[in-house]
Each structure stands twice: as C-alpha cells, then as structure tokens.
Write a protein that binds this ligand. Structure first.
Ligand SMILES: [Zn+2]
Ligand SMILES: [Zn+2]
Length: 163
C-alpha cells in the first residue's frame, strides 16, 4: 500500500491519477493493518479497490474505497470466521516540505522525502473503526460451555445447567 507519487507531485494542482489496489497484508506484523484482539493472530487481510489521487497545493488528496477481508475470532466460541469490511479513505496527504501550524496532523499524513505515500496508517485506523467489538461466527452461535469448555455448536455437553 505504498505508492511512489514522484510523478504526480511534479504535476500541477488539479491533476489526478487512478490506481487499482490489491494487496495482502498480515495482521499483527510490523507493518500491520490492525492489532485488534478480535482479529485472528497473524491472519491474512486482503484488500482490493480503487483509489484516486488528486494533486493539491499542499500535497495529494486520496479518495479510496477498499473492500477488506479479515478473519475474526468469534467472541462466544473463538471460531475463526471471515468478515468483509468496507474502508473508505478521503484524506489529504502533505508534502514532506509542507509546513503547517496545525499540530493535529498525524505523522502518517505526510508523504516521505522519497515521495512514498503510504496508505497503511489510514487503512489501519479505518479497519479498527469498522471491526465489530464482539464478532460472532453466526447469529445463533451457542458458544462454549463455561463448565467443561466444549464448543456447544459441535457437541452437547452433559453439564447441568444451574440457575
Ligand atoms: Zn461462534
Ligand atoms: Zn459443559
């Protein structure tokens, strides 16, 4: 998800470029997309979609819509299951030479000195926002018996239910 935007930076404000994106990233690695505990550890995150990059006075405005497939752990039975998220990016990235008094701008919002624009920090923020807090593998997931630890979707346990 790194783009060399040297060419676009040389062009006048208003110029734009379109990209088709497709990438596989791994959760919980250095350059990770998310460290959310609801994601299966070291699972693949596949991203695909399109991005428009528009040269602005201060840098490049990115609008992108990505379809993102992640593997979540069920909060009831811990079963790993696939989930599709939509990530929409609509953000300006600034030239490394751009000086501003706006201290709210995150480091990740800058294009590097060698003209690399990295979308991973934005994608990470959006994936974390889109992930459900308590994913379940299916609506009627029976979960795990708290007494014997059996997955009740697959087995019927003999523990007495005490109320
Ligand atoms: Zn489940
Ligand atoms: Zn049981």
């Amino acid at each position: 998800m790194e783009f060399n935007v040297a060419q676009l930076i040389k062009e006048n404000p208003g110029s734009s470029k379109y990209y088709t994106l497709s990438d596989n990233l791994i959760s919980s690695k250095n350059h990770c997309v998310s460290q959310s505990p609801v994601l299966a550890p070291d699972s693949d995150i596949s991203l695909s979609g399109t991005a428009k990059m528009l040269r602005t006075d201060a840098g490049i405005w990115v609008t992108a819509e990505l379809s993102c497939e992640v593997i979540c752990l069920c909060s009831r039975c811990l079963n790993a299951h696939g989930r599709r998220l939509t990530v929409v990016i609509d953000e300006e990235y600034y030239l490394s030479t751009y000086s501003t008094n706006d201290f709210d701008i995150d480091e990740g919002q800058f294009i590097s000195n060698d003209n690399i624009l990295d979308l991973v920090p934005s994608i990470r923020d959006h994936v974390d926002l889109e992930l459900p807090l308590n994913p379940i593998c299916r609506e009627d997931c029976a979960g795990i018996c708290i007494d014997c630890g059996l997955n009740l979707n697959q087995h019927q346990c003999t523990c007495k239910k005490s109320f």
